[in-house]
Design a binder for this molecule. Structure first.
Ligand code: FDA
Length: 304
């Protein structure tokens, strides 16, 4: 309930504008967001990416945004992604570009999202860069998978995220393994109706391992995207990360010790870096998925 309330507050335009326009509150919240977000501009993200690449990490970059209901704003978001792709290409940075389909048109209409996705995939192909579609609330799953499947056979550089916590995801995985794109396996960040999901539990972790096993057995490119230390112990034990098409991916600012260890062991370790003026929303997501982050946020705010 806390998570839902927090996300509703974060998505409330009036509250968001109030905080972002307040000379007192803005710098305080920004200080808390800085742990998770590289900054507001593309340059902030590129600088952060360069810093991490110099330490031998792989990178994903996201320009933060979701649920854009205005076609002009979807166009502007798509243009930002295209500029990001060209700038990465020009700098020789081999980053994956991550995004929500609802940021580039899906909340307006399917065709707009499809058109923008194809344009981004074509631009990314020029530089051999991959795109990765994030997975949103279960109410959107069918629409996201439908758009992904329409582009996936033509654009092999487009991948998709799958949430282990949704009961439907086993069927979805079997289907997605027929397409070439990388599958990023996550537990799932959204609150969902109890009958649709499996909560955080050992059962969920075993299911996560089963999804990895299926991906590895199919020799499919997969990203293991989790910060769960216990789950990762099993992943290491099973030797999954030794497969050439398997990588570990973690959000920048979350359990950096774990990803560093994996990288130092010689495994493929990808850090997910974000940027954009919607950092407030991203901060709320991180606190909602792991409420103790509220204490970290408060201590970041009061630490001078
Ligand atoms: P779990 O939530 O069980 O947490 C296990 C432990 O990890 C916690 O006890 C804590 O120690 C640590 N931890 C987890 N989250 C933390 C946080 N925010 N801050 C500090 N510590 C934390 N989800 C989604 O629905 N759609 C998507 O597209 C994506 N995309 C995505 C990409 C990448 C690269 C990652 C790593 C994650 C996502 N997610 C996502 C989020 C994912 O679904 C999930 O909510 C988080 O990864 C948290 O779940 P864990 O697997 O980490 O385990």
């Amino acid at each position: 309930r806390f998570s839902n309330a927090l996300k509703s507050v974060a998505r409330n335009g009036e509250i968001k504008n109030y905080i972002q326009n307040s000379q007192e509150l803005y710098p305080l919240f920004m200080r808390a967001a800085k742990r998770f977000v590289s900054g507001e501009t593309r340059l902030d993200a590129i600088n952060k990416a360069k810093e991490l690449i110099a330490k031998d990490y792989l990178i994903s970059l996201e320009y933060i945004g979701e649920n854009t209901t205005n076609a002009d704003e979807c166009h502007a978001a798509k243009e930002e992604f295209i500029s990001l792709i060209h700038q990465l290409g020009a700098n020789g940075i081999k980053s994956t570009i991550s995004f929500d389909l609802s940021h580039i048109g899906m909340s307006v209409d399917r065709e707009l999202a499809l058109k923008n996705l194809k344009e981004m995939a074509q631009a990314a192909e020029l530089y051999h860069l991959n795109l990765m579609i994030s997975m949103e609330e279960s109410e959107k799953t069918d629409r996201i998978l439908d758009i992904y499947k329409e582009v996936a056979s033509t654009y092999k550089n487009v991948g998709i995220t799958l949430q282990v916590h949704l009961k439907r995801s086993l069927d979805d995985l079997n289907e997605l393994l027929k397409y070439p794109g990388k599958i990023r396996i996550v537990k799932g960040a959204y609150q969902e109706p109890a009958d649709l999901k499996i909560g955080r539990s050992e059962e969920l972790n075993n299911r996560y391992l089963e999804f990895i096993r299926m991906g590895v057995e199919a020799e499919h490119p997969i990203s293991i995207a989790t910060h769960d230390e216990k789950l990762l112990e099993k992943v290491f034990e099973q030797g999954y990360l030794k497969h050439s098409n398997v990588e570990l991916e973690m959000l920048d600012g979350v359990r950096s010790d774990l990803i560093k260890n994996a990288k130092n062991e010689g495994y493929k370790a990808r850090v997910y870096v974000t940027y954009g003026t919607e950092w407030y929303l991203y901060l709320a997501h991180r606190i909602a998925e792991y409420p103790p982050n509220i204490y970290t946020a408060v201590s970041d705010i009061i630490a001078f």
